[in-house]
Design a protein around this ligand. Structure first.
Ligand SMILES: Nc1nc2c(c(=O)[nH]1)N[C@H]1C(S)=C(S)[C@@H](COP(=O)(O)OP(=O)(O)OC[C@H]3O[C@@H](n4cnc5c(N)ncnc54)[C@H](O)[C@@H]3O)O[C@H]1N2
Ligand code: MOO
Length: 409
């Protein structure tokens, strides 16, 4: 018998990390307008405080807060209005005791003032003075210098994936060219005599190709750049030629199909032959995903991956290993999980971790996770799934009502 000697997910991740330890992560600079979805490649420190002047958060009068102590809506204080500050211009006068200045929302707070009274609590008394009917404490309605970002403070960490809100932080700090990781280049190779493209009608025994399309979509979703894609017949020399070519341009070569031990399963031996040192894992203790192949080629710094042919397995292994490794190498955090309670008992797989697809339903106190059980050759199971939860290797299973972490897909 020739059974695969399997690694756990943790072991295979350790081996992947060790293999790529000296792989260089290239960095590039992109315009702020093009930075959405990219991953910041160095800690960003602001040379100046943001904002760099004190700003009002309301339309009102900048005052010395001590002048308003004891003021109520029936006992006002009368203040001399010494300046009307316009938005976008510097405040010129210093506010002395008994004085104030009009300031618009976002306007600059003048020297001497330490708070702003909203216009609703003030009354114009005559051309130069106003009555104030509210008592304010120091700092009220004022954003201080550096309150958003302190001078020399680290304001965005390496590994941050840029969302619209980070675009805002970057623009406020004046970072208009952003250091980001160059995306990994990936070549996707699907093998199988039975595969026809999605726009063709499959004959008897044939099926439409799924993995090429799914892996390309995942690559786009997770920020890889597709350098090439091939759909090949199950012939060793075709696979050899494609992998050889891909290794010249790619950080990652993902071959789907032919990963098992059938007569036409060449992936492991081709990846092992072309890589130096070659394949270090063939088989992981995961359901689905058992026949996964992992290897590396040091000279070209290419990660070599053989994904199981079954589409759901290919997708989950790509997520759990390729995407995981890319996140880890670019210092990104794992996505936040959601918690749900299992709807029913589910058994684990002896000796293997299970990646259990679940559909989330609203329950009386949070989500309920309904397992989606189906053979790994079926694709619609994945489309129904909102996410997955892992049943660890040595766990018998999950009990109805048990809280589980769900990773959203
Ligand atoms: N005797 C054994 N047979 C199998 C085992 C095993 O341990 N012993 N493991 C099963 C498991 S689990 C999986 S997963 C598959 C892995 O197979 P391969 O990686 O060698 O892939 P293929 O045999 O080429 O294909 C399997 C299956 O997936 C379909 N497929 C392949 N590529 C695509 C594609 N691009 N788009 C859509 N569907 C694809 C293919 O038609 C097969 O149905 O092995 C089991 N067998
Ligand atoms: O391991 Mo297979 O990858 O269960 O579908």
């Amino acid at each position: 018998m020739n059974l695969l000697k399997v690694d756990t997910i943790a072991q295979s991740r350790e081996k992947l990390k060790a293999a790529v330890a000296e792989k260089k992560q290239a960095i590039e600079f992109v315009k702020l307008e093009d930075a959405l979805g990219r991953v910041i490649a160095s800690d960003l420190v602001s040379p100046e405080p943001i904002p760099h002047f004190r700003r009002s958060t309301v339309d009102g009068y900048a005052v010395r807060s001590s002048d308003t102590h004891g003021v109520t809506d029936s006992i006002p204080v009368f203040l001399e209005m010494v300046e009307k500050i316009a938005i976008g211009t510097p405040a010129v006068r210093t506010i002395g005791p008994g004085q104030c200045a009009y300031v618009p929302t976002g306007g600059m707070i003048p020297e001497g003032a330490d708070a702003v009274v909203m216009i609703e609590y003030c009354e114009t008394f005559d051309a130069d003075s106003i009555a104030v009917y509210d008592s304010v404490s120091a700092g009220r309605n004022v954003v201080g210098v550096g309150e958003d970002i302190r001078e020399e403070a680290l304001f965005l960490k390496k590994g941050t994936k840029i969302r619209p809100q980070e675009i805002g932080v970057l623009s406020s700090a004046g970072v208009h060219t952003v250091p980001v990781y160059k995306p990994w280049k990936i070549t996707i190779i699907s093998t199988g005599d039975e595969l026809v493209p999605a726009d063709q009608k499959p004959g008897p025994g044939q099926i439409r190709d799924i993995n090429t399309y799914v892996l390309e979509a995942m690559s786009e979703k997770y920020g890889f750049e597709v350098a090439g894609k091939y759909v090949l017949k199950d012939r060793r020399e075709l696979l050899e030629e494609a992998v050889k070519k891909a290794m010249q341009t790619s950080d990652l070569v993902a071959v789907s199909g032919g990963s098992s031990q059938g007569e036409k399963d060449h992936t492991a031996s081709v990846l092992d032959q072309l890589g130096d040192p070659g394949v270090f894992t063939h088989g992981i203790a995961l359901k689905p995903g058992k026949p996964t192949i992992l290897g590396y080629d040091k000279p070209s710094e290419t990660i070599l991956m053989g994904l199981p042919g079954h589409p759901a397995a290919a997708m989950m292994v790509f997520e759990l290993l390729a995407v995981w490794l890319y996140r880890s190498e670019t210092c990104q955090q794992a996505p936040k999980n959601t918690v749900a309670k299992m709807a029913v008992n589910v058994a684990g797989a002896p000796g293997r971790a299970t990646c259990l697809l679940v559909e989330l339903k609203d329950g009386p106190d949070g989500y309920i996770a309904e397992p989606i059980l189906g053979k790994s050759g079926l694709m619609t199971t994945l489309s129904r799934a909102h996410g997955y939860t892992m049943i660890e290797v040595n766990k018998e299973g999950l009990k109805a009502g048990e809280p589980v972490q769900v990773v959203l897909l």
